[in-house]
Unconditional design. Structure first.
Length: 266
């Protein structure tokens, strides 16, 4: 089937899924672009529908990926360029847009090794930051991420894009602060909270054991509950006039310090 009309009901339904309330109501997310879609499929997340526009393809591998989706039961729809541009949320579309069911994990679903490295992201507001944190977590071999007291929903299309689809590869659970604190303590995991108000440098803390790196909202940082209940609060040195780093940048720095301490090599 080739979609040619901007008024097609399917096209309108795709556009509505840009909004969180519609995604939550339908339990569906949008996955756009080759990298994000192949990482979803490689990790067992198969779309229900795939919309294509060959004129926007960036390479020669798209057809093979589409056939994998078709074989897994996805409906395939080709679109004219104007229709695809109506549905896309990217400035430079790549000719692939998929609709897939939400994924949901709880804390108890996380499978941890003997010395896990976790990230707890509390109330992150900007999709780009959350996506970058996920990408850094994957790059450093972190065991899981806990999305705590969420502001931005995990399946925001911009989170998926900013993570380059790593949100499908990294184990991610969602929970509130109280439940997360209780769970971390029950697992014997040290809680390292990042805040500009700490006195201890992040490089002066042992991160070779089980540890959760906790970062907070861009504007307000971590809540008092995290600051009080953490094992230790740490800071990143700020030598200029700014008092803090972007939350994704700060998370990446601390994660790679953990990698350095653990002696991991890529």
């Amino acid at each position: 089937m080739i979609l040619t009309s901007l008024q097609n009901d399917r096209v309108k339904a795709i556009v509505r899924l840009r909004e969180r309330r519609d995604r939550d109501r339908e339990g569906l997310m949008l996955i756009e672009g080759y990298r994000s879609l192949i990482r979803a499929v490689d990790n067992g997340v198969f779309p229900k529908e795939v919309y294509t526009c060959p004129g926007f393809y960036l390479g020669d591998n798209e057809d093979a990926l589409i056939e994998r989706c078709r074989a897994a039961g996805a409906e395939i729809f080709q679109c004219t360029p104007p229709v695809f541009q109506k549905m896309t949320y990217r400035e430079r579309p790549e000719g692939l847009l998929a609709v897939a069911p939400y994924l949901s994990r709880k804390l108890e679903d996380l499978k941890l090794g003997p010395s896990p490295l976790l990230i707890v992201a509390q109330s992150i507001e900007k999709p780009g930051n959350l996506g970058t944190i996920i990408r850094s977590a994957d790059g450093t071999g972190a065991d899981a991420l806990i999305l705590c007291d969420r502001c931005t929903d995990l399946w925001n299309p911009n989170v998926i894009t900013a993570s380059t689809g790593m949100c499908f590869a990294l184990p991610i659970a969602e929970a509130g602060t109280a439940d997360t604190l209780k769970w971390l303590k029950a697992q014997g995991i040290a809680i390292l909270s990042a805040t500009p108000h700490a006195t201890t440098m992040y490089t002066d803390v042992d991160m070779t054991g089980p540890v959760a790196i906790v970062v907070g909202a861009e504007q307000y940082g971590l809540t008092e509950e995290w600051m009080k209940e953490s094992t230790i609060n740490v800071r990143i040195p700020m030598l200029g006039k700014a008092d803090s780093l972007n939350v994704a940048t700060a998370t990446t720095l601390i994660l790679y310090e953990a990698v350095r301490q653990r002696g991991r090599r890529g």
